[in-house]
Ligand binder design. Structure first.
Ligand SMILES: *[C@@H]1O[C@H](CO)[C@@H](O)[C@H](O)[C@H]1NC(C)=O
Ligand SMILES: *[C@@H]1O[C@H](CO)[C@@H](O)[C@H](O)[C@H]1NC(C)=O
Ligand SMILES: *[C@@H]1O[C@H](CO)[C@@H](O)[C@H](O)[C@H]1NC(C)=O
Ligand SMILES: *[C@@H]1O[C@H](CO)[C@@H](O)[C@H](O)[C@H]1NC(C)=O
Ligand SMILES: *[C@@H]1O[C@H](CO)[C@@H](O)[C@H](O)[C@H]1NC(C)=O
Length: 373
């Protein structure tokens, strides 16, 4: 039975991605097909389907490269103040009272992004989690699941970092889904490949997620390997040597006064950069900070002029903030041309996903960046 299951996963992988020639006798990387929907109130973002609980409840979630838990929106996440289609807008709700395998623990902070001012908590427990909309996708029992009523994170989140979760459990099982798959013999390593997808592309490129390896078809070869943080932290940190803007009427305008180190973290959409860099973006793009929403909102006039100018932004990344080999990642204006919706703002409004960092603990390249990286 076990070997049959493993074989089915292999067959699925061969169809889904072009990975290197495989060892048919060992575990192999698995590719998780994205759902076909674009969701989010600060997006559009390509979501993935989870099958949570018993019987399985299907919910659409976003991938968190920094997270190591499964967060799902509970029925309390939609109230009478929300639009009637709130459950759909939030990717679907997970009701733990309808799951026979739910084991409640306690309520505690979600923890991620506290340095960026996020503070919500979740109702923690354990339940069965299946990954991907296909029934053949990997399933692990007794996974850490947090039910969220908060709209701070509008969609559920699936963490692909190794973790572990800081949740006490008599059975001692609190490792992340990725570690579970590795221990379980489903994948060969703790590596993963992820791109957020990019709806602005003509072909509307959906997100891509590969666990235990990466998808060669989404990989542009380069000579840089970014190691994960050492010690207890699994943070993915990169040096940003420069950020420049080019458009129809200017070339290589510098936007980052001094090189920095930044986290790569797909949990949040924004780019958190030093205030001095934000000031350069303001003058280069004509952006104005909206204190009420804490966002750079873009009105129709500015939007038309930016579309006409068609600026692109080049990030020069390296292992350290100075020196060494580097790689350029170019984001077209379309990657920054996002819309924010209820409950963040009453009416859908265009915004530029840049945030002002107070200090270097906040420098982050969020999901916007992973549309092209
Ligand atoms: C992995 O875990 C699942 C769910 O707990 C189980 O059904 C499956 O048999 C396990 N696979 C291996 C290879 O241990
Ligand atoms: C884990 O939780 C304990 C108790 O709440 C806390 O003291 C400790 O700092 C936490 N560790 C991490 C790594 O978050
Ligand atoms: C990587 O480095 C080698 C040797 O320096 C060079 O020949 C090759 O072109 C580089 N590859 C890329 C993709 O930059
Ligand atoms: C910005 O908004 C906050 C609360 O939303 C308010 O306390 C603060 O005074 C505002 N700052 C300015 C400069 O308007
Ligand atoms: C960085 O800024 C955040 C937000 O203002 C603050 O909470 C934190 O204490 C600051 N950290 C340092 C090291 O100054």
């Amino acid at each position: 039975m076990v070997s049959l299951r493993a074989f089915l996963l292999l067959a699925e992988t061969v169809v889904a991605v072009s990975l290197k020639p495989r060892d048919w006798f060992g575990p192999t990387a698995i590719s998780i097909p994205p759902s076909q929907s674009w969701t989010g109130n600060d997006g559009p973002w390509s979501s993935f389907t989870l099958r949570v609980g018993t019987p399985a409840q299907k919910v659409g979630v976003l991938i968190s490269t920094a997270g190591f838990e499964t967060w799902v929106v509970t029925p309390e996440g939609c109230t009478h103040n929300d639009p009637p289609d709130c459950p759909t807008l939030r990717g679907g709700l997970y009701d733990n009272s309808a799951s026979s395998t739910w084991q409640p623990q306690n309520f505690h902070p979600l923890g991620l992004e506290s340095v960026l001012g996020y503070s919500s908590g979740g109702e923690y427990g354990f339940d069965t989690v299946g990954l991907g909309w296909q029934e053949s996708g990997p399933v692990l029992t007794h996974q850490v699941v947090a039910g969220m009523a908060t709209s701070e994170f509008y969609l559920g989140t699936f963490g692909i970092s190794p973790g572990p979760s800081n949740l006490s459990d008599p059975s001692g099982q609190k490792s992340s889904f990725l570690v579970g798959l590795k221990q379980n013999g489903t994948i060969p390593s703790l590596s993963w490949g992820y791109t957020a997808g990019a709806r602005y592309r003509l072909s509307k490129v959906l997100g891509s997620l590969t666990l235990g390896g990466y998808d060669l078809s989404r990989f542009t070869p380069n000579n840089l390997t970014f190691p994960f943080g050492i010690g207890n932290s699994d943070d993915l940190t990169v040096g940003i040597q420069s950020i420049t803007m080019s458009s129809s009427d200017e070339q290589d305008t510098p936007l980052l006064p001094n090189p920095i180190l930044a986290f790569i973290d797909s949990t949040i959409p924004h780019l958190w950069l030093p205030k001095e860099a934000c000031a350069k973006f303001e003058s280069a793009f004509g952006l104005t900070w909206d204190n009420a929403s804490q966002l750079y909102l873009v009105d129709d006039k500015l939007h038309s002029s930016l579309l006409a100018k068609n600026p692109s932004v080049t990030f020069k990344l390296s292992l350290a903030s100075k020196g060494g080999p580097s790689i350029d990642i170019v984001l077209p204006y379309a990657a920054f041309d996002l819309e924010v919706e209820s409950p963040l703002l009453k009416r859908p409004t265009k915004y530029f996903p840049l945030k002002r960092a107070e200090n270097d603990t906040q420098y982050t390249l969020g999901r916007t960046f992973l549309q092209e990286a």
